[in-house]
Design a protein around this ligand. Structure first.
Ligand SMILES: Nc1ncnc2c1ncn2[C@@H]1O[C@H](COP(=O)(O)OP(=O)(O)OP(=O)(O)O)[C@@H](O)[C@H]1O
Length: 590
């Protein structure tokens, strides 16, 4: 019930809908009790004494009861439906909002397909249970207790005898629930893994095809499908094992009633009408108890679903605003950044960066060079507080970034990532992402600076061209240029270019860099690059290796100091250097 209690927070202001739905259902149930009584009256007071004049009144009463009962059932469904939809709506919004604020750490391990299945299948199961199943389950108790009380009022000994099997029925139903719940949890997991495999396959379809891995993917999917099927079969097996036992126990009750009740009628201790009424009432009890399995099934499914949805909602956000977090008036930010003995590890792994120290004065350009996995991107992630550091401090204009409101900090930073993400929307919207009230002229200016304007104008609908999911239909370089335009439009105090020009050719890179000279003015810029050409003009270059800064200085100093920077320079400029030495040889020979 803890799950239901936690879910209750999301619909407590609509409690009245739940209460109305339950009351209407209870009223419909109570009206259902009128039938066996009418039957008893018909047999004992009309047919036996041949007092037929009362028959039309009884028929009229039955008709009115049917109409009112149907109306009550309609109202119960109506209120329940509104409640279920309201809850699903609130939960969907809450989950989506939570997903926006969850930290990068959460997404390091999250699976899209799994999250999608929680937001769709699991939410649907909760909607159905809270909207309808819960009232039905409660109604089951109403039916059993109303029926039992009415039977008791007619003949308590016969009632006790008839209902003797009921505790066993409840026991079996209870056992069934304890087995079916884990089975459903397992089934939900299997479904998630199935959805994940479809989602990953579609996202990575190019990789799959280029490696001709279609048969492997089909096999992988079949295995997961098989697991899902086995889970379903197992649940069905449990059902088929327990259901006959429940049916058998119910039938024993009916047999007792017929045997004992019949004898009582023969001995005139029970009227025929009462026996018939008893027969109607016993079904009033057995029917719902038979359905107990179904309702429990429903309940366990939605409990498992509720747990999965609440897992998202209860997920701690590890990077969030300090209680006294400072606002950052955008126009006053200078962009002075200091890393002081910063060490950070992802999870329990070895530190990704160790003892990082550097100062970026306002407007300075800081370059990072280093091999794969040397920690360059990590430094940038720490600067935008994607993760909180383990040791040391990072300050912006003298204030520790942990004391600044995360949103405000990030508003001052524009990042162009290694991998460009474009939304399936127009190019204009993609460039203006996250910025309100921006004019077309500003968008065009940003695109011109990013050298994107010309190719955009060549597209059939220019800036209104809608790009496919993740920018499908554009080349890697074109996507990157749009991302650069997006970053420039934000007009940030801090600009981060994380291998931002890796997908464009040297010539375009040079052009973009020239554009950057202009936009970098007055902004602190961090450039991660593999090409020395991108870093030549940096005020400070940090050379990274295995999470540590192994060299630092300006380009002209570093190329004259033996070390990794000089090595990379020699490799990248080998052609250029050999051409120079050839020329020198020629001059010497001459
Ligand atoms: N989200 C993450 N979770 C766990 N470990 C990570 C994560 N991101 C990076 N790492 C690890 O941290 C180390 C530094 O990675 P980082 O991405 O900072 O390197 P990099 O220098 O930017 O590399 P590249 O040039 O290939 O992008 C690597 O060992 C990497 O495996």
């Amino acid at each position: 019930m803890n799950v239901l209690r936690q879910l209750h927070v999301y619909y407590r202001e609509k409690n009245h809908l739940l209460i109305l739905s339950i009351l209407c259902l209870a009223a419909a149930t109570a009206l259902g009790l009128v039938y066996p009584n009418l039957l008893r009256k018909l047999i004992d007071d009309v047919i036996a004494p041949r007092n037929y004049s009362e028959a039309p009144y009884l028929a009229l009463t039955a008709l009115s009861v049917i109409i009112v009962k149907a109306f009550m059932q309609f109202l119960s469904g109506f209120f329940g439906g509104r409640l279920g939809n309201y809850l699903a709506y609130r939960l969907r919004n809450a989950c989506y909002e939570k997903l926006q604020f969850l930290s990068f750490r959460y997404y390091d391990t999250a699976k899209t397909g799994d999250l999608m299945s929680r937001l769709t299948g699991d939410l649907e199961a909760i909607r159905l249970f809270i909207g309808f199943g819960f009232a039905q389950l409660l109604n089951l108790f109403f039916m059993v207790s109303f029926g039992a009380v009415m039977m008791m009022s007619m003949n308590w000994e016969l009632t006790v005898l008839t209902l003797i099997t009921m505790p066993f029925l409840v026991l079996v139903a209870w056992k069934f629930e304890s087995k079916i719940h884990p089975a459903f949890q397992e089934m939900r997991l299997a479904l998630s893994s199935l959805t994940t495999s479809v989602q990953e396959n579609i996202t990575g379809v190019r990789t799959v095809k280029s490696f001709a891995r279609e048969p492997y993917e089909v096999e992988k999917f079949s295995e997961r499908n098989e697991r899902y099927k086995s889970n379903q079969i197992f649940a069905a097996l449990l059902w088929s094992r327990y259901f006959p036992v429940m049916e058998l126990l119910a039938s024993v009750s009916v047999a007792i009633l017929l045997g004992v009740g019949g004898t009582l009628v023969i001995h005139k201790s029970l009227s025929l009408g009462e026996l018939v009424a008893f027969f109607g009432l016993i079904w009033f009890i057995i029917g719902p108890l038979w359905g107990l399995g179904f309702h429990i099934n429903n309940y366990t499914q939605s409990k498992a679903s509720g747990e999965r949805v609440l897992e998202i909602l209860n997920q701690p956000i590890d990077v969030q605003d300090d209680e006294h977090a400072l606002m950052l008036p955008g126009e006053q930010v200078k962009g002075h950044i200091v890393f002081d003995h910063v060490t950070f590890a992802y999870g329990n792994k070895m530190p990704a960066v160790t003892d990082i120290n550097f100062e970026a004065k306002p407007g300075a350009v800081i370059g990072f060079l280093g091999g794969t996995g040397s920690g360059k991107s990590t430094i940038i992630q720490l600067l935008m507080r994607a993760y909180d550091i383990d040791e040391g401090s990072i300050t912006l204009d003298g204030t520790d970034i942990r004391k600044i409101k995360v949103r405000q900090l990030r508003e001052q930073i524009s990042t162009v990532f290694q991998e460009t993400f474009l939304f399936s929307s127009s190019i204009r919207n993609n460039i203006a992402y996250g910025i309100q009230d921006v004019s077309m002229d500003e968008i065009i200016r940003a695109a011109q600076l990013a050298k994107a304007h010309d190719f955009i104008m060549e597209l059939p609908e220019g800036y209104d061209t809608v790009v496919g999911e993740r920018g499908m239909g554009l080349s890697g370089g074109q996507k990157q240029r749009i991302a650069i335009a997006r970053a420039l439009l934000k007009n940030p105090k801090i600009l981060i270019l994380d291998d931002a020009t890796s997908a464009v050719d040297m010539e375009t890179e040079h052009e973009i860099q020239t554009g950057f000279q202009e936009v970098m003015r007055g902004r602190t810029t961090f450039i991660i690059a593999h090409r020395i050409s991108s870093l030549r003009h940096a005020d400070l270059i940090l050379v990274m290796d295995q999470g540590r800064v192994v060299q630092q200085g300006r380009h002209n100093e570093l190329i004259h100091t033996s070390g990794p920077y000089q090595d990379v320079f020699r490799i990248q400029y080998a052609d250029y250097l050999s051409r120079i030495s050839d020329k020198e040889d020629e001059v010497n020979r001459a």
